[in-house]
Design a protein around this ligand. Sequence first.
Ligand code: ATR
Length: 277
Amino acid sequence: MAELKAFVCGHPIAHSRSPKIHGHWLKRYDIDGSYTAIDVAPGDFGAFIGGLSAAGLRGGNVTIPHKEAAFAAVQRRDEAAEQIGAVNTVWLEDGVLWGGNTDAYGFAANLDHLSPGWASTGDVAVVLGAGGASRATIHALKQRGFTDIRIVNRTVARAVELADQFGDGISAHPQAATAELLGDASLLVNTTALGMHGNEGLPADPSTLPDHAIVTDIVYVPLETPLLAAARARGLKTVDGLGMLLHQAVPGFERWFGRRPEVTAELRKLIVADLDA
Ligand code: ATR
């Protein structure tokens, strides 16, 4: 059989950890395949995505700034992509170009892995931020049965737009309401860039959360963000965002290379070392 070929495309792309993740799995499962980072400028995306089959590519990941263009370019979409309005994974199936979104899966799988039972600790979640990552998170929370999802955003209008789009049980709030909103929440999720290296800051004060609450961040550089540090100091359970990156890669790998890979401690160590480098 010919070598199985997949890619990640974005612009810029040099910072992507995906080649390390997929490269590790290809080696571990002894698969005759490759996964390559390709820098595709915004004006070239249409031609690139239209030429996958001719280039012998089975599919790949799509990252910033192409996720919305990919949503428009694919012929069929999975349910998560439809809900989130962005495509991060594409694959060819019987000549049809499919687009999916694995971020919501990655978010939930990370919590399943590191905090089993997380979705049955209550119905109330507070989500900080109203961008693309927030959409993926809200989709996952709805699927996992949260019935009261409170979006807090600096720009309230963006939160209102998201709440309207997702419908029943989703509400929008200004940052000033956060302390009160956290009082009966069992999960707090940060999807803003606040807390990332170079953008240090606390997106919310976790002190008013109940004792059983779980706090998670989609930021993973640093692994322990100021939010997670504050939550841990307060005695709360915390889950860092690196696992979301690792788990979101699983469904794509399985589609292109035909084997469902495992997120192991070894893989996590490898990527942590890369982040520290
Ligand atoms: P992504 O697709 O990664 O979620 P995005 O669409 O740029 O990125 O959204 C970034 C989120 O972080 C937004 O919710 C943004 O708030 P605004 O909608 O008000 O811009 C939030 N964010 C970024 N920097 C912030 C800051 N300094 N303080 C508060 N929120 C911030």
